[in-house]
Design a protein around this ligand. Structure first.
Ligand SMILES: *[C@@H]1O[C@H](CO)[C@@H](O)[C@H](O)[C@H]1NC(C)=O
Ligand SMILES: *[C@@H]1O[C@H](CO)[C@@H](O)[C@H](O)[C@H]1NC(C)=O
Length: 263
């Protein structure tokens, strides 16, 4: 009797379905019943009848239901797509949670690679899985190391008291400072390495060929006095206009020679 009233009493109270029940017309009797929904993690296997509760089945591996429901099939769990990693695996009551892997961000249905800031631009805000990198142009006297993928703008370093400014910094490389001793010990190529690497990254300048060209020029006798060191030896527009490797080698060797004259 108790069992009977449990089913019928809700049925009589205007059959107000809530988020844990649903109304259903019994196909045999035509009577409207209030059936229990299946709990999250389960799905409907048989509707309730006048005498029987709703039958539910557990979701199978790889499927889930998140809410109280009466759907006949559990939902398929999402698979993470390219450049995504699983933050939380699907577990029957919750769909898979995916996130772009490091170095990528979500943009209109895809994980896109974080933008690499253009030469002379530094990272203002690092990229996240949800947002691209924000870049800014470096202010005068500042540079973003072009050899680092996600460098911020930092001020040019100041040469030590015993150092000479060999090459003024630009927006993409630091000041090149050296003592006379450093120039003889390490050679110009070592001191210019960040600049050469930067040239290689931006213009695919073959570093070794450039080094060889410069070395060959340095070994030649100094013909004429070098003009005072022009401050923007390696400025970008100049390189763009005069892409000739020989010309670049010429300028670097001039720079090194005029520096040697101070020593
Ligand atoms: C699935 O994961 C969620 C969040 O961690 C948790 O609340 C829920 O109980 C888990 N479900 C199962 C069936 O383990
Ligand atoms: C460099 O030389 C030019 C002329 O050749 C001169 O006008 C300029 O003032 C010099 N600059 C420095 C820093 O000496």
């Amino acid at each position: 009797m108790l069992f009977f009233s449990l089913l019928v009493v809700p049925a009589l109270s205007a059959l107000a379905a809530d988020d844990r029940s649903y109304r259903r017309r019994d196909p045999v009797t035509g009577e409207t019943l209030l059936c229990d929904r299946c709990s999250p993690g389960k799905r409907l296997s048989a509707h309730c009848t006048r005498s029987q509760q709703t039958e539910c089945k557990q979701c199978e591996e790889g499927t889930f239901t998140e809410f109280w429901n009466y759907i006949p099939d559990c939902l398929l769990c999402d698979a993470c797509s390219d450049h995504q990693r699983i933050v939380r695996p699907c577990n029957g009551t919750m769909n898979t949670i995916c996130e772009c892997e490091p170095g990528f961000y979500w943009d209109q249905h895809f994980c896109k690679r974080h933008t690499r800031c253009k030469p002379g631009h530094g990272v203002k805000a690092a990229g996240t899985p949800h947002r691209d990198t924000v870049c800014e142009v470096c202010a005068d006297g500042w540079f973003a190391d072009i050899t680092q993928a996600h460098a911020a703008c930092v001020p040019h370093s100041v040469c030590d008291a015993d150092q000479h400014l060999m090459l003024p910094g630009s927006r993409w490389h630091d000041n090149v400072c050296a003592t006379c001793q450093q120039l003889t010990e390490n050679g110009w190529a070592c001191l210019f390495k960040p600049v050469l690497t930067g040239l290689h990254i931006q213009y695919k300048t073959p570093i070794l060929r450039l080094q060889n060209l410069v070395n060959r020029r340095l070994q030649k006798k100094l013909r004429k006095r070098m003009a005072n060191g022009s401050s923007e030896l390696l400025n970008l527009p100049m390189i763009r206009e005069e892409s000739d490797l020989g010309h670049l080698a010429h300028r670097i060797s001039h720079r090194v020679r005029s520096f040697q004259q101070h020593c």
